[in-house]
Ligand binder design. Sequence first.
Ligand SMILES: NC(=O)c1ccc[n+]([C@@H]2O[C@H](COP(=O)([O-])OP(=O)(O)OC[C@H]3O[C@@H](n4cnc5c(N)ncnc54)[C@H](OP(=O)(O)O)[C@@H]3O)[C@@H](O)[C@H]2O)c1
Length: 315
Amino acid sequence: MKAIIPKGFGPVVRLAVGERAKPSPGRNDVLVKVHAASVNPKDWKLNLSLARAAPPVGRRFVPPLFGDDLSGEVVEVGANVDGFEVGDRVYGMDMRLRTASLAEYAVIDQRRIAHMPANATFAEAAAVPLAGQTALQALRKGGSSVLIIGASGGVGTYAVQIAKQLGCHVTGVCSTRNIDLVRSLGADAVIDYTAGDYRQPKGPHARAFDLVFDVTSFETPASCAALLAPDGYFVSTMGHARGMAGTLLARRRNASLIRVESWTADLETIGHWMAAGAVCSVIDSTFGLAETQQAYDRSRTGRARGKIVIEVAGA
Ligand SMILES: NC(=O)c1ccc[n+]([C@@H]2O[C@H](COP(=O)([O-])OP(=O)(O)OC[C@H]3O[C@@H](n4cnc5c(N)ncnc54)[C@H](OP(=O)(O)O)[C@@H]3O)[C@@H](O)[C@H]2O)c1
């Protein structure tokens, strides 16, 4: 089958279409004919960190496959699979086993997928699993007044909408060009991070937030102390070492790092909101499988508005 085969590490990694053996489902898996996948910064960050780890000279070192999120059609089910049948339209991702979704077919554990909302396209469904579940799992930390730092990206666009569904008063932090987008997703207030240091608020935002969700991973509980209510909670996506260290050190001070996992129930929760028209996938751009390199180049800019999608079917 056609699949993306990464070659090399770091800034020079090449993501070209090659051939890989079609996988077979285990007892708890389904085999999915992949229609769409989506891009997450995790793939290129992992590849980059392996480059920095400098693999021993002379030892063969194969780059891990790219692609966690998928949507598509079930074409085969394992012996223990219950609740999914051939022909079902599903979406999901598997962080532990790596979904390897940039391929015509992918095998995925039944606990990591759900049926697609009836009104969603394959592109809209493929955008959800990693980013949407990160947002949901972070926002479950609680709080009625929520600040989302990085509200215009893959995780942030779901976080704003999901926080509204959870009944929160939502303030989003983004740059000037994304203010209208973040407002349109339901944010009650928007802070433009280019207009000054929002971490040192003097007005109504001072110590106002029960929950600060830092999607950019640049911040720490200490850098956001002036925003957090006295018993407020800080949660980060831990995308950067600096933010990760600061958050871990502050563990006792109501802070944690998210390590997203895919669960059928969480996908169904988001799927119900999508079916009701309350949550949507914001698509930054769409690429074909042969354009995967350009899709990841776009992600590396750090400027995506919502999710970058790769259409796999018809590759
Ligand atoms: N731990 C986990 O389980 C987990 C799960 C998901 C994601 N992550 C990590 O979370 C991070 C975000 O993921 P993502 O998919 O949302 O990334 P993304 O889609 O690439 O984020 C891009 C967005 O970030 C905004 N942005 C950049 N710098 C900003 C700043 N200083 N303040 C506010 N907004 C800023 C950009 O808007 P502008 O262009 O306007 O600046 C852009 O809209 C990544 O580091 C990722 O690796 C971790």
